[in-house]
Design a protein around this ligand. Structure first.
Ligand code: HEC
Ligand code: HEC
Length: 358
């Protein structure tokens, strides 16, 4: 992680200057949920899952900044089992897989083999009994989904380091209730650097493509959280967006079948993109984000790219750094950037970043 170390040293001064600035911000931070960034949106009703309906999670409770359940999506009821013999097809692919094959974590369904390089064994088949195939969740082209993470186009060193942080316990989640994340943490614990490096080299070479459509709106379709920690549209009247981002598949069948070509729509509050642009350019109480993530937020050495990535994924990361659940060596640089970031600011910031071209 050579480049990252250089950046760390260069920013040490700025970071300590920020600690001073942090005192300034206290009054603002105490605004908490009613923070200034939301404007009109701050007045709208919060419609999130009532945490009282869920078992307790292992995160710290942040004053004025409760766990955003729309990003840490946890199903609130069981789902009926799927028919393992159902035959599935996808638009644009000549292949057919059964539901059982689609859900085989040791043989990832590859609908579009021509759209990515040949997957190494660890990516396509994993290593039994604990290290499931990376592409099972991150998809053969590394695009990832809201409930996991995009890994395409990230530096190989960064990928190896993150999995190492998870293995060593310095990167956790603010909740222990999200199944997809628990699976990743378990995989990391049982993995080794050598096999992760092979996967990392593979994903690092693939270009991340834009596949999230960001739409500003006051109202959103009614959604529920499915068996895989993902928000899906269900019948019912539209509801106010409140202080949330609702990220849901454009084609639920394709995503449920682990298709990797048709992505997501992310509904964000009105005005979020413009407010987010300002915050990102000035820094939300910390440094301008481009100082480390690169001028177009396309990453910088081993510092990860943000442009066009999933708002749900980014929200979890910003929240996890703030609670201390994500606390690896790289996260230290992020801490001063999120310390005083309010829930509304976070929504605006990720709305803007995910609207950009990767
Ligand atoms: C069962 C699903 C699943 C499988 C299989 C899986 N992951 Fe993950 N992975 C996740 C989830 C969920 C996250 C997001 C964690 C979070 O939000 O905190 C994640 C996050 C990551 C991240 C962090 C990305 C970032 O930018 O923060 C890396 C790197 C990663 N996975 C690598 C791998 C590798 C390498 C493999 C194969 C050895 C793998 N994953 C297999 C579910 C999975
Ligand atoms: C001082 C340098 C620095 C600044 C400034 C900075 N970041 Fe970061 N950021 C990092 C580093 C380093 C990481 C990787 C953290 C790790 O290794 O765990 C990171 C990680 C992230 C992640 C998680 C990405 C992923 O794939 O998991 C997000 C989201 C993020 N930063 C957003 C922002 C935003 C938004 C801003 C501005 C408000 C910002 N960062 C400012 C250095 C910085």
């Amino acid at each position: 992680m050579r480049k990252m170390t250089i950046c760390l040293a260069g920013l040490a001064v700025a970071a300590s200057a920020l600690t001073g600035a942090a005192l300034f911000g206290t009054a603002l931070a105490q605004g908490g949920n009613q923070g200034s960034a939301g404007g009109k949106a701050a007045a709208s009703k919060i419609i999130d899952i009532d945490p009282k309906t869920l078992p307790p999670h292992n995160g710290k409770i942040l004053p004025n900044d409760p766990l955003p359940y729309w990003a840490f999506a946890i199903a609130t009821h069981p789902w009926p089992p799927q028919d393992p013999n159902e035959k599935r097809t996808l638009k644009g692919s000549k292949k057919t897989f059964t539901t059982a094959q689609v859900n085989d974590r040791w043989n990832v369904p590859d609908w579009f083999p021509e759209s990515h390089p040949k997957m190494p064994t660890i990516v396509e088949h994993g290593r039994k009994p604990e290290v499931s195939a990376c592409a099972f969740c991150h998809l053969p082209n590394g695009q990832g989904k809201p409930e996991n993470h995009s890994v395409a186009g990230m530096s190989a060193n960064y990928i190896v380091q993150q999995v190492k942080d998870m293995r060593e316990g310095t990167r956790k989640s603010s909740t222990n209730r999200m199944g997809s994340i628990n699976s990743m943490l378990k995989i990391a614990r049982h993995s080794n650097d050598a096999e992760v490096r092979i996967a990392a080299d593979y994903f690092a070479k693939i270009k991340y493509k834009k596949w999230i459509r960001v739409v500003e709106t006051d109202t959103v379709p009614k959604t529920d959280i499915d068996r895989r920690n993902m928000l899906i549209v269900v019948p019912g009247p539209r509801e106010p967006i409140g202080k949330r981002i609702i990220e849901t598949p454009e084609d639920e069948h394709a995503i449920d079948s682990r298709g990797s070509m048709i992505g997501f729509v992310a509904y964000v509050p009105k005005g979020a993109i413009a407010r987010g642009k300002k915050l990102v350019e000035s820094g939300a109480g910390g440094l301008p984000c481009a100082a480390c993530h690169g001028p177009d937020f396309k990453g910088n050495g081993d510092i990860p790219p943000l442009a066009g990535r999933s708002p749900s994924q980014m929200t979890r990361q910003l929240y996890d750094v703030k609670t201390g659940a994500r606390n690896g060596p790289g996260a230290i640089m992020m801490k001063p950037q999120v310390e005083r970031m309010t829930a509304e600011q976070r929504i605006d910031i990720v709305a803007y970043l995910s609207s950009l071209n990767p």
